[in-house]
Design a protein around this ligand. Structure first.
Ligand SMILES: CC(C)(COP(=O)(O)OP(=O)(O)OC[C@H]1O[C@@H](n2cnc3c(N)ncnc32)[C@H](O)[C@@H]1OP(=O)(O)O)[C@@H](O)C(=O)NCCC(=O)NCCS
Length: 178
């Protein structure tokens, strides 16, 4: 009942926008598939394109299947939940040949963008990764994706991109843990 009330009042325009305090972050679980697919309803084509590097009207099936196979060590995903719906997801995938490196990807639904969800997800994910021996995230961003470029620069102000196969490739050091 509490959740229903909150979702309903948010549709009233004069009330404040959703706040980060309303969001819970937890690992992606095996029952989250339908939730992940429903996330598409709150994603613009532009957001989907910049995350998946291809025109897709919804979260691709291969991505849902990928998250079903997380081992919570070499592959991890965290989700931010607004009531029962996913506001954002961030994942890493360890490089087999360079096990101290992992690919990072983040996707936040349009209504939740620029409210700190992406930063919170990456912060928690970086803590988990560092505990698992990962010292560096790598991220690929389409050069025209200014939001993501600014997002990376916000988290890693000194990071500089290399252009690899037409994408901006970042190497992002994680804090070394004792
Ligand atoms: C890029 C993305 C992950 C950012 O997530 P987010 O939750 O919106 O980002 P945050 O609110 O945590 O932003 C943190 C900082 O990044 C920068 N930033 C993020 N989005 C920005 C934007 N649209 N314009 C300018 N700066 C931006 C700002 O410095 C911001 O801090 P501030 O709001 O205090 O100024 C999100 O916009 C997204 O999912 N986009 C579509 C998919 C994508 O591009 N993924 C990245 C490639 S894998």
């Amino acid at each position: 009942m509490g959740c229903m009330t909150r979702l309903t009042v948010r549709t009233v325009a004069h009330l404040p926008p959703p706040a980060l305090e309303d969001v819970r972050i937890r690992p992606y679980g095996i029952t989250d598939g339908p939730r992940l697919r429903r996330m598409s309803e709150r994603l613009s084509k532009a957001s989907l394109y910049t995350r998946f590097f291809s025109g897709t009207p919804h979260i691709p099936d291969h991505y849902v299947r990928l998250l079903e196979r997380l081992d919570h060590w070499d592959r991890e995903a965290l989700i931010a939940l607004d009531a029962d719906e996913i506001a954002g997801v961030a994942e890493y995938s360890r490089d087999r040949r360079r096990p101290w490196c992992a690919d990072l990807a983040v996707l936040v639904t349009d209504p939740w963008q620029r409210r700190g969800v992406g930063s919170a997800l990456v912060r928690y994910l970086a803590q988990l990764a560092a505990r698992r021996g990962i010292t560096e995230f790598e991220a690929d961003v389409i050069p025209g994706n200014r939001d993501a470029l600014r997002f990376v620069q916000h988290g890693w102000p000194t990071a500089r991109a290399r252009t690899v196969d037409g994408t901006a490739h970042f190497q992002l050091p994680l804090p070394v843990r004792p």
